[in-house]
Design a protein around this ligand. Structure first.
Ligand code: MN
Length: 133
């Protein structure tokens, strides 16, 4: 069974759009609304990639990334940060927290899934995505 994409995003509209785009390309999507439930979902589902909003309630995305990186079973799962902060240094902060990549909001429907494909672990949902495309 294909490993899902884990989407950690507190905004319903953003969750809806990202889920729609990923499902359209053959991914299974597991969504979490905050960092704590996202970390639980990561342990449970071992996703092929984690799409991580940086602006989250309680625990921000940087803290979530650092926490994920401390869990041995999850250490190799790519994390793609998504942020609307248009400030210099965000990319560096995301990488320093353990993210592999960085996407700026608003997400571009024409390039979002290709970006996620480029980070997702091979041999899982990406194969389905390639077939459908
Ligand atoms: Mn947010």
């Amino acid at each position: 069974m294909a490993r899902p994409v884990l989407l950690i995003e507190d905004n319903e509209q953003n969750r809806y759009l990202a889920t729609f785009l990923l499902q359209q390309q053959g991914y299974t999507v597991v969504a979490a609304h905050d960092g704590a439930s996202g970390i639980d979902a990561a342990r449970k589902h071992l996703p092929c990639v984690i799409v991580l909003d940086i602006q989250l309630p309680a625990m921000d995305g940087y803290a979530v990334a650092r926490a994920l990186r401390r869990i041995d079973a999850l250490r190799d799962i790519p994390i793609v940060a998504v942020t609307s902060f248009a400030m210099t240094g965000d990319r560096e902060k995301a990488i320093a927290a353990g993210c592999h990549g960085y996407i700026e909001k608003p997400i571009n429907p024409d390039t979002f899934v290709a970006s996620i494909n480029s980070f997702a672990l091979p041999g899982h949902a990406t194969e389905a995505a390639t077939r459908i495309t």
